[in-house]
Each structure stands twice: as structure tokens, then as C-alpha cells.
Design a protein around this ligand. Structure first.
Ligand code: TYD
Ligand code: MG
Length: 453
């Protein structure tokens, strides 16, 4: 028997090297190379000559997109208005964030008489799924559970039934026998996904593939699959907060602009219809340092409370720490406030935080952070009826932000009456809602004076 040849494969990006390397030359990840036995023949390399036929685009008939409506509105929207038949959707996220919960809830609603949902659990036992289904009060009538890790066995078991949907939980735990590397390695994960794709397309059955994102290099992250599947959804959120955001990072059948907002409750994930209300729910009465900003999550405006705290540094270098915001952006804002607004922050620690566990990375919250810092430093509260919107430039000027009209409309809907906005945005606003006082400011300094009462 010939000696098996091995090579080293990066578990993050799939780069191959003949020898061990501490750092992957392709993606720069450390300690991600794993020794893998080389596959001698790939399943696609046949001996026969390949034939293909050309087809004029005009002759291809297509009667509307066949989308399956998912009764979970937030999920339906992120999918681009429904689940396309035959599509492969990857649902990624940190372990324990709620991926299995969300997909099991969808499974309960999509199973039909004669077209059950097949839930392949390679990770948990059938009893564990049953326990979760009971807890979620998912209708168990049209769900078939398959506790199996071998993908060939899974596909054989699917013969003869026409499922409404197939769920693979998770892709890192299923494996194919003809690949020698361990389950979860790049070659297993890739080959299993491509096999599922070959199964799903001709049968027109949608497949949800669940994948964990891990920081260690030992298990292939779902990132290696992103280019293969039709849609990639990430479920994000802070472990210790209830809110979860479902975000599409790739979607061949819809926009990647949409996000879904959920709340993890004791009976699974609940849709949040009115995120602004939720993120402002715990706002206190009078608190210096607290401001309300409007962020766009996809095409949806969401109001969030931004808190800042400036306290004297006890010793050494002053600290700048951000939670839910970009720390380097906070440092930049502090510098602008010192130089252009004249706030003495050189001996102050500055902390900033977005309430509710949301991560806001767009520059439109700059002004809210800046106003919050000034408010905390002066120990005077910000006008309770004001929202603050704008990007702060390096010379302390305010820059306009996109979709200002939608942000203003959402703030007005939530009962805010003063909108502090950049001055140069007249044409993008359109009609101001009734009873709204639009305060246009040219600089961060003007905005701070207008916002703090
Ligand atoms: P799970 O869906 O198993 O996460 P994943 O598949 O992404 O690893 O969710 C696990 C977490 O969700 C767990 O910490 C408990 C919590 N949870 C609830 O709070 N309520 C519920 O009804 C369920 C089913 C789970
Ligand atoms: Mg799970």
C-alpha cells in the first residue's frame, strides 16, 4: 500500500502548504494549519469526456420566483421575502446564540401534511430536540428527526420523501466516509456542503445549514462556505443580552440590507416588531451623558440610547473604552472634542456604551457620542425630547448622513420633538413631520450647545 501523502490545510481559509507553518500565509491566522491526508481522487474527476449544451437566455422559461413564505416575519424579510426552493442557506453564529432555536421554530411552522421538515441533528440527540421543541411549543406533527452524522446515510434516508425543508444542525458535525480528515475540517465541511447542494438543486428543496463560528483554528469556520451557498445569515448578539440581530451578509435572492430583530425569551426567539421602543425602554429620567441616536440597520431606522461617562483619571494615561461602538472612533471623537470644542478631556477617562447590546458602527452616531461626553463632563443632562444625528469630521464640522428623512420620521413616531441634525442636509429631508423642531447645526460645538439644557 502506498504511503499516504499529507499536507497542511488552514482551517480558516483552506490554504494548503506542504509543511507546517505557524501563521497561514494566505489569511494571516496563527496556529490554524492542520495536517490532512491528501484525497487521491475527487468525486468530480471522471474519466468520461464532459459535454455541455448552450441555451439561449430568451428560451429559458421561468414562472415567477417560487418562494416559500416563512411565517416568522423577521426571518422572512432577511431571506428577501421568503425561502427560495432549492436554495442552500447558511445560518452562522457563535455557539449558544440561538441558531438551533430559530431554525427549529421555523421548522415547526413550515412542515406540512405529506411534506414534513427533516431536521438532521448531528449534534444533539433526538430527545434533546424533543425537549427543546416542547419548550418552544413547536408543533411536532410534521417534523422528522434524523440523528445521524454520516452524510451518505442522511441522503439515503431522505430518498422517497419529499421534504418541505431540510435542516442540517450543524455542518461541522456531519461527515463523508470517502474523506479522510476529521469532521469539521475544511475539506469535510466543503465537500458535505457541495454534496448537499447537488442534492437540493434538482429536488427543489430548501436546505438550512447551521454552522458555528469559532475563534480557534481547529474547526472550519463557516467563512469557507460563504462563496458556495446561496445565502449567508448571521445571528448576532451579546451573550448576556436578550436581543439578537439576524443579518444577511450574502443573499443571491434578495438584498443584504435587511436585518431581523429578535428577543430571546423563555419560549425561544420572539420577533421584535418595534425595536426602537425596546432599545429605549430602560431610559432613565434625568441622566447626564445619555443621548438618543438613530441608527440604520439595513433599511430600518432604530432608536438607541448612547451613554457616555467622563471621570477624572486617577493615575497614568486616561482610558477610552467603548462598548457597542468602535473604540478608535471614540478616541477620534475625544480628540476632536478637545481640539475643536475646547473640552478638557486630557485628564478624564471616557467610557461610551450603546444600551441593549446592539453594536453600532456607522458614523451617524458620532454626534450622539460627542454630545454624551460633553453632557457627562459638564454634568448637565441632554434635552429629553431631542435626538441627535450626525457624523463628526476632524475639524469639528457636522457631516450629513444617509436616509435622514427616515431617521427623522422614526424619531417623530417615537414621540421625539427636537431633531439635532447637520446643517447641510436640507434637500434630503423632504417634508418635516408636524410638530418637529429641526435644529440644523454646522459644528459639533453648536450641536452640543443646542442639545444640553
Ligand atoms: P441554541 O439554539 O441551542 O444555540 P445554538 O444552536 O446557536 O448553539 O440556544 C441556546 C441558548 O438559548 C441557551 O443558552 C438557552 C437559550 N434559550 C432560551 O433562552 N430560551 C429558549 O426557549 C431556548 C430553547 C433556548
Ligand atoms: Mg445548536
Amino acid at each position: 500500500m502506498p504511503k499516504a501523502r499529507t499536507s497542511w490545510v488552514c482551517q480558516q481559509c483552506g490554504a494548503v502548504s506542504p509543511a507546517y507553518l505557524g501563521k497561514c500565509p494566505s489569511c494571516g491566522e496563527w496556529h490554524s494549519m492542520v495536517e490532512t491526508i491528501e484525497e487521491r481522487s475527487t468525486p468530480s474527476s471522471g474519466q468520461t469526456r464532459h459535454r455541455a449544451s448552450l441555451q439561449p437566455l430568451a428560451t429559458i422559461s421561468f414562472d415567477g420566483e417560487e418562494r416559500i413564505h416563512v411565517p416568522i416575519g423577521e426571518l422572512n424579510r432577511v431571506l428577501g421575502g421568503g425561502l427560495v426552493r432549492g436554495s442552500l442557506v447558511l445560518v452562522g453564529g457563535d455557539p449558544g446564540i440561538g441558531k438551533s432555536t430559530l431554525i427549529l421554530q421555523a421548522a415547526g411552522l413550515l412542515g406540512r401534511e405529506g411534506n414534513p421538515v427533516v431536521y438532521v441533528s448531528a449534534e444533539e440527540s433526538a430527545q434533546q430536540i424533543k425537549l427543546r421543541a416542547d419548550r418552544l411549543q413547536v408543533s411536532p406533527d410534521h417534523i422528522l428527526i434524523l440523528s445521524e452524522t454520516n452524510l451518505d446515510a442522511i441522503l439515503t434516508a431522505l430518498e422517497g420523501i419529499s421534504p418541505a425543508m431540510v435542516v442540517i444542525d450543524s455542518i461541522q458535525t456531519v461527515m463523508l466516509d470517502d474523506i479522510t480528515s476529521a469532521a469539521g475540517s475544511v475539506s469535510q465541511v466543503r465537500e458535505c456542503t457541495s454534496r448537499l447542494m447537488q442534492w437540493a438543486k434538482p429536488r427543489n428543496v430548501p436546505v438550512f445549514v447551521i454552522g458555528h463560528v469559532t475563534k480557534e483554528g481547529t474547526i472550519a469556520g463557516p467563512r469557507v462556505l460563504e462563496h458556495m451557498v446561496d445565502a449567508v445569515l448571521y445571528l448576532e448578539g451579546e451573550r448576556f443580552h436578550q436581543y439578537r440581530i439576524l443579518r444577511a451578509v450574502k443573499n443571491r435572492f434578495g438584498s443584504t440590507d435587511e436585518v431581523g430583530v429578535f428577543k430571546m425569551a423563555d419560549r425561544g426567539l420572539r420577533e421584535v416588531q418595534n425595536p426602537s421602543e425596546v432599545f429605549l425602554a430602560e431610559r432613565s429620567e434625568i441622566a447626564p451623558g445619555s443621548t438618543v441616536a438613530v441608527t440604520m440597520e439595513g433599511t430600518r431606522p432604530i432608536l438607541v440610547e448612547v451613554q457616555a461617562l467622563a471621570t477624572p483619571t486617577s493615575f497614568g494615561l486616561p482610558r477610552r473604552s467603548a462598548n457597542g461602538l468602535d473604540t478608535s472612533r471614540l478616541q477620534l471623537l475625544v480628540a476632536v472634542l478637545q481640539k475643536r470644542v475646547g473640552l478638557s478631556l486630557g485628564s478624564q477617562d471616557v467610557y461610551a456604551n450603546v444600551v441593549g447590546g446592539l453594536r453600532v458602527l456607522e458614523p451617524a452616531v458620532d454626534l450622539a457620542v460627542a454630545v454624551g461626553i460633553a453632557s457627562s463632563l459638564r454634568d448637565r443632562a441632554v434635552d429629553r425630547n431631542a435626538v441627535v444625528i450626525g457624523e463628526v469630521g476632524l475639524s469639528g464640522e457636522l457631516r450629513s448622513v444617509n436616509r435622514l428623512d427616515r431617521r427623522i420620521a422614526e424619531a417623530a413616531r417615537m414621540g421625539f420633538t427636537r431633531m439635532i441634525v447637520p446643517a447641510g442636509t436640507r434637500k434630503s429631508i423632504g417634508e418635516t413631520p408636524n410638530g418637529v423642531d429641526l435644529v440644523r447645526c454646522r459644528t459639533a460645538s453648536e450641536a452640543i450647545d443646542a442639545a444640553i439644557v
